[in-house]
Ligand binder design. Structure first.
Ligand SMILES: [Zn+2]
Length: 89
């Protein structure tokens, strides 16, 4: 795929339809699959992931694989205290 130069875009030669995130309305990069930006995608899946992690005895790699998300996202959520692994008391 030919890349448009900065000037092509400035001159309006970028004829690809502009896509916006269905949720927050931000402009979507052409590399984005689907109609949600990465943030909103993370947000949407986060709720499911948290439930799954709380109910199952799983590690970050299993979670990432199951939800097809980067392990970094899972790690970030845990680091930020958004969720925690199942406690084995
Ligand atoms: Zn969004």
């Amino acid at each position: 795929m030919a890349r448009l130069s900065r000037f092509d875009i400035l001159e309006g030669n970028d004829r690809r339809p502009r896509r916006m995130c269905k949720n927050c309305g931000c402009a979507l990069a052409s590399s984005v699959v689907g109609d949600l930006c990465q943030n909103c995608k993370d947000d949407a899946i986060y709720k499911e992931v948290r439930k799954y992690v709380e109910e199952n005895d799983v590690g970050e790699y299993e979670v990432a694989e199951k939800f097809d998300i980067p392990v970094e996202s899972v790690r970030r959520w845990i680091k930020m205290g958004y969720m925690d692994y199942k406690k084995n008391n």
